[in-house]
Design a protein around this ligand. Structure first.
Ligand SMILES: [Fe+2]
Length: 611
């Protein structure tokens, strides 16, 4: 048996993944264990976890593969510095000491960390390095159901590449084209994330969520001034408007002059229609680029399948449009599309590319992305007792019936079942669930449970066989990475005066029979639920459907704003006691809020740093 440990770290979202003879055994992000969102440190706890899941000591691991090459990245920093000097000096001198201390000597640095898992580990030559985009591409292609595919990776920046096109055939994967730093769609999007007052590297979702409230008034302005966009989707950024290569911010004065307003200060400036129009515009530009690229690739290579990874692949609105435009028959997106997924990609790249091992079968290998820790009932019972929780154990069928009924009574449920998800989405393992038919639910969930902005949309989980009856989509979307409209006959058209309401005010207009998951442009970010990958969640939704004729639930991640998704029983209990959640379900155990010792309630609202 050959065991490979993949690691991504030191940029953002550190993670570890373990494969045995090419089978994915476990994968998890460090943030879930340390409770520090996007934790970028060496993923000590994630490595410990995957080793435990695989029943291995570190010394038994055959190959340890890091997701990128430190020297290539160093070279980029150095050359960026030279190209932009002296303007570049500030950013360079800020990052330099860290590089000298940690990254430049990464093999030894990694080795020292690895030794802490197992003092018998002594063979530094077992440490190998993949390349950033190759790791992304491998994470997108090798676990996909496709025998052959085009693989597109788009993200902020890895070593040099920001966009790559690869072709995968069976166990071979080859990168054919690259766009290099600083010309990056991810960084362009991040520049607008910064400009609208959100945090770069995590606020991109918010910009995407804000976009439907605005009109893409600045789309042409962006394409004309900020970039040189070719017909085939390749592009160069006009660096006169940006400062990410040289400074510590994303944009400069020329940029703010172009749009006419200063960078929004989230501590005092409210979101206005201007910011929504900006969000709509950069979203439209992103879609334009992604669609041009996919169209030209489909024409050039005449392959029906497309795989996506890299941070921009989490832009599910753009993904939905690629599918809708029919350039490709099928799309598969790595659920851990960001850098965390690079750990898995690095391990799989080594197995197939270096060791030349064949792929076993051509079906989705991610196991629903349920690749993290799971807890047994005995352990849960002990934990709940020590937390002084009031709980009751139910039989399977009673539990499903109870939770489905409570959901239909507008109760909100923390749903903690099976293995934790790998990647940024909760998919029914660590989720908060609610009734999508409820008109008050979007606001309630945002303000009283997630403690976040009221405009943030919620996503639906739907039984796979019912998707086409409820949404304008007939395609698997197990990882919640495709957006499509709520079915036309379920939409409630807005009146003219409602259409003209200022962005967020539209939230009060009922838009469909499932308003809690219908965005103001009637779109929804859909997760299809499959009986074979998550039977328990499937049965719950099915029971809810029997009661209500609605095979859809609201599914949002089990956390509050700024907090990593819950991982352990204690995390789940804390989050439950710190929010307005009504019910917590952990495997076979059910906890009602009103039956808990009220002195255990927590002040959770301000516990986490704003993201
Ligand atoms: Fe990346």
């Amino acid at each position: 048996m050959t065991t490979i440990l993949g690691i991504s770290a030191f940029y953002h979202d550190s993670a570890a993944a373990l494969i045995k003879d090419g089978n994915i055994i476990a994968a998890a992000q460090e943030e879930r264990f340390t409770r520090k969102k996007h934790d970028a440190n060496y993923p000590f706890k994630a490595v410990e976890y995957v080793l435990k899941e695989g029943n291995l000591k570190l010394n038994q691991i055959d190959h340890i593969v890091f997701f990128e090459k430190p020297f290539l990245k160093f070279e980029r920093l150095l050359e960026t510095y030279l190209a932009f000097a002296p303007r570049g000096f500030k950013s360079f001198s800020m990052s330099m000491p860290i590089w000298l201390r940690e990254k430049l000597f990464q093999k030894k640095y990694l080795f020292d960390h690895l030794k802490k898992h197992d003092e018998n580990f002594s063979d530094i030559n077992r440490i190998k390095f993949s390349e950033h985009h190759y790791s992304h591409a491998a994470s997108a292609f090798f676990p996909s159901p496709f025998k052959d595919s085009i693989i597109l990776t788009l993200d902020g920046v890895g070593e040099w590449a920001t966009t790559t096109v690869a072709i995968g055939k069976e166990n071979e994967l080859q990168i054919l084209k690259e766009i290099h730093f600083p010309h990056s769609l991810g960084l362009l999007y991040s520049a607008f994330t910064y400009y609208t007052g959100f945090k770069v590297n995590s606020g991109e979702y918010k910009v995407m969520g804000l976009a439907p409230y605005g009109k893409p008034k600045f789309k042409d302005l962006i394409i004309k001034n900020l970039m040189d966009l070719k017909e085939d989707g390749s592009f160069r950024l006009n660096m006169k408007y940006f400062s990410f290569a040289t400074g510590l911010t994303m944009t400069n004065k020329k940029f703010t002059d172009l749009f006419g307003e200063p960078v929004r200060d989230p501590s005092k400036d409210k979101l206005t229609q201007f910011h929504m129009d900006i969000a709509a515009s950069i979203q439209a530009v992103t879609e334009e680029v992604v669609l041009r690229i996919s169209k030209s690739l489909a024409r050039e290579y005449k392959i029906n399948n497309l795989c996506l990874a890299g941070g921009v692949a989490l832009n599910c609105v753009a993904n939905g449009k690629i599918l809708k435009d029919n350039f490709f028959k099928k799309i598969w997106i790595q659920p851990a599309a960001g850098d965390a997924g690079g750990s898995l990609g690095a391990a799989l790249a080594y197995w197939h590319n270096e060791l030349k091992m064949p792929r076993k079968e051509f079906k989705d290998q991610m196991k629903g992305s349920y690749l993290g820790p799971k807890f047994e009932n005995d352990h849960i019972e002990n934990e709940l007792k020590s937390l002084k929780a009031n709980f009751k154990k139910y039989s399977y069928s009673d539990l499903i019936a109870l939770v489905a009924k409570e959901l239909s009574n507008e109760k909100t449920v923390g749903w903690f079942q099976g293995r934790m998800e790998f990647g940024p989405r909760a998919l029914g393992g660590r989720s908060i669930l609610a009734d999508p038919r409820s008109e008050k639910m979007q606001k309630e969930l945002n303000l009283k449970i997630k403690f976040r902005e009221s405009f943030r949309p919620f996503a639906p989980s739907v039984l796979r066989e019912d998707i086409n009856e409820w949404f304008e989509l007939d395609h698997d979307s197990p990882y919640m990475l495709l957006v499509a409209e709520v079915k036309k006959n379920k939409q409630l058209k807005m009146k003219k005066e409602e259409e003209d309401l200022f962005g967020i005010d539209k939230l009060n207009v009922k838009r469909s029979n499932i308003p809690a998951i219908t965005h103001v442009d009637y779109s929804a970010r859909i997760q299809t639920v499959h009986k074979d990958t998550n039977p328990r969640y499937y049965d719950l939704i099915n029971e809810f459907k029997k009661n209500t004729n609605c095979p859809v639930l609201v599914n949002t991640s089990f956390n509050v704003r700024g907090e990593p998704i819950v991982c352990s029983i204690e995390d789940a209990f804390n989050c439950f006691m710190g929010t307005n959640l009504d019910i917590l379900v952990i495997e076979d155990f059910v906890l009602f809020k009103n039956l808990q010792d009220q002195t255990l309630l927590k002040d959770y609202k301000n516990k986490f740093e704003l993201d």
